[in-house]
Design a protein around this ligand. Structure first.
Ligand code: FE
Length: 202
């Protein structure tokens, strides 16, 4: 854990230094970074993915369209703007189902479907995670607290600039009759990345 904290501190210091330099050189203003951050806090984030998954859970025909042609299905919904831009090109959904668990990784760098999942967490960019997710996905998932039985196939999807995958997790039992908003509230970014299951808070 301390290594992670150190890395976060180190990254934050680098970002501050870079931002100061860009402002000093007149390439950005003091507000630029805040505007970008606000965009990812309010418009482009995992709350979009959660809405999409919730709709897929209550509407099997939408789910099928989402799996067949992800951008077209997403375009049916009303999102603020830019769902197809900012790393949102060529998004593709894959669904967990009994006997199949999906995990996404970018082995090359950190490609991630920003409009539906937001910015990637630091561990998604970690070279160790990127290598091990391909080599020993079950073990990595176990370390995330997710025990996948041997009888379940684990499919690992390598996200890139050409295709950015995200996972439609399985709908948990006990959510029958829930509204899309209620469902969306329990769908985490980790679940849509394949690193967790959706659990109902007790
Ligand atoms: Fe990448």
């Amino acid at each position: 854990m301390s290594e992670a904290v150190d890395r976060e501190t180190y990254s934050a210091a680098r970002v501050r230094a870079l931002e100061s330099l860009l402002i000093e050189k007149g390439l950005i203003t003091g507000e630029t970074v805040d505007k970008v951050l606000e965009f990812f806090e309010k418009d482009m984030g995992p709350f979009n993915g959660a809405k999409i998954v919730a709709k897929a859970w209550v509407d099997p025909e939408f789910k099928q369209r989402l799996l067949d042609d992800t951008p077209s299905a997403i375009a049916e919904m009303s999102f603020p703007r830019g769902m197809a831009g900012a790393e949102g090109e060529h998004m593709k959904a894959v669904a967990n189902e009994p006997g199949v668990h999906n995990l996404i990784v970018c082995t090359m760098c950190s490609c991630y479907p920003w409009p539906v999942l937001g910015l990637p967490p630091y561990w998604f960019k970690d070279p160790t995670f990127r290598a091990r997710a391909i080599r020993e996905p079950r073990k990595v998932l176990q370390e995330f607290g997710l025990d996948i039985p041997e009888s379940t196939e684990v499919r690992v999807w390598d996200t890139s600039a050409q295709i950015r995958w995200f996972v439609v997790p399985e709908r948990p039992e006990g959510t029958e009759g829930w509204s899309e908003d209620q469902l969306a509230a329990v769908i985490s970014p980790e679940a849509m990345q394949g690193a967790a299951k959706v659990v109902i808070p007790t």
